[in-house]
Ligand binder design. Structure first.
Ligand code: SF4
Length: 361
């Protein structure tokens, strides 16, 4: 008779309901209001000794202001790195909450504020600390590697924090040292890393509400219409979508791939906020959104994070005026989360990342 299976199951979290992609309405401005807000924000950034750090998925006005005021537009790893190195006393993080928390983890002496604290992430919501911590405790022999898209409490329970630009390299490194992994929270990215590295990984089962919506069949149909196009895919996308990719990579790696590949046209499976930087860095090239719904659906391409879209000029100006929406983290949690986050930054500084190529990030 077989012994009873005592393996702790990976909890399946119902973290919804989520706002659906495309559900956050675009901001509306009275004539001249947009220009006034932009001028006011630029002035306030100077007056308050603040710097704006924006994610690629945010509104293009915010990205433009960050660029024009000595701030930074990037992925979450690079946002954290920039905030750490910049001398401003206030970091204004335009993105989702875990990005503000990451900035605070690395910069406890700085004030970190965000245009809104309501901007969540389905991966963060899908990995609550009160369920993740006991799960990790049940596997004491495993190294805990978590994606940056997690709360400070989850990071504090981890051994490593990684972003999509570095995740494959870190897990390969750990696997080569014989370590077994718990990976959280994104199941698609976890499966992709497992395939790339052959590592022994237990995968948490959360997903990104935006990338999970991309549909392989619709992308294949689009590719038939544009046979010359290269397909660029973020690894939070489902496996059949990744299988169609010419390049799989983080946001920064996708932007670089568009610059480096000879193709003039690209089908892009990630949030369409990235097009602002892609067009800037690859002028003359054409970018097409990967379809995020099947045939017959009303939404053919809603590839935009509803939480990222909550960052806009009005709340950015307001938070600079008032200093509201400050990020606070319990100091013990912050210190523990810092250890895991700094491992990633040190690994990155040591240049252990490989150059993305066909089919890998
Ligand atoms: S695009 Fe996905 S992973 Fe990124 S913040 Fe939105 S829900 Fe989270």
């Amino acid at each position: 008779m077989n012994a009873p299976d005592t393996t702790p199951a990976i909890p399946v979290i119902d973290a919804g309901p989520f706002p659906s992609p495309g559900s956050t309405p675009l901001p509306e401005y009275a004539p001249g209001e947009r220009e006034e807000l932009i001028a006011r924000i630029k002035q306030l950034l100077k007056e308050k000794d603040a710097v704006l750090v924006a994610h690629y998925y945010t509104d293009q006005d915010l990205q433009m202001i960050a660029d024009e005021t000595g701030g930074h537009v990037s992925d979450s790893l690079d946002m954290a790195r920039f905030g750490n190195e910049h001398p401003a006393s206030t970091l204004v993080v335009a993105g989702v909450r875990f990005m503000g928390e990451t900035a605070k983890i690395l910069n406890p002496e700085k004030r970190v504020i965000m245009p809104t604290l309501k901007a969540e992430c389905s991966l963060d919501l899908g990995c609550p600390a009160d369920q993740f911590i006991p799960f990790c405790d049940a596997w004491p022999d495993r190294t805990v590697v978590v994606y940056a898209n997690t709360s400070a409490e989850v990071k504090a329970r981890s051994d490593w924090v990684v972003t999509s630009s570095i995740a494959v390299d870190v897990v390969r490194h750990l696997s080569e040292r014989g370590e077994k992994i718990i990976w959280a929270p994104d199941r698609h990215l976890g499966r992709y890393i497992q395939t790339e590295t052959g590592a022994d990984m237990l995968l948490w089962q959360a997903g990104c509400v935006v990338h999970e919506a991309f549909k392989a069949t619709a992308i294949e149909n689009l590719k038939r219409l544009h046979p010359e196009a290269a397909i660029l895919v973020h690894p939070e996308s489902p496996e059949p979508v990744i299988a169609l990719a010419d390049v799989v990579g983080s946001t920064t790696q996708i932007i670089k791939a568009a610059q480096n590949l000879p193709n003039k046209t690209f089908i892009v499976a990630t949030d369409n906020g990235i097009f602002y930087k892609m067009k800037q860095s690859s002028p003359g090239k054409t970018f097409i959104e990967a379809p995020s719904a099947g045939e017959g659906a009303t939404c053919e391409s809603c590839a935009h994070c509803p939480w990222m879209a909550m960052n806009e000029l009005h709340n950015l100006a307001e938070v600079l005026e008032t200093g509201a929406n400050e990020i606070h983290i319990d100091e013990e949690v912050r210190r523990k989360a810092l250890v895991a986050t700094e491992r990633m930054l040190a690994f990155s500084r040591a240049g252990k990342q490989h150059v993305p190529g066909k089919g890998n990030a």
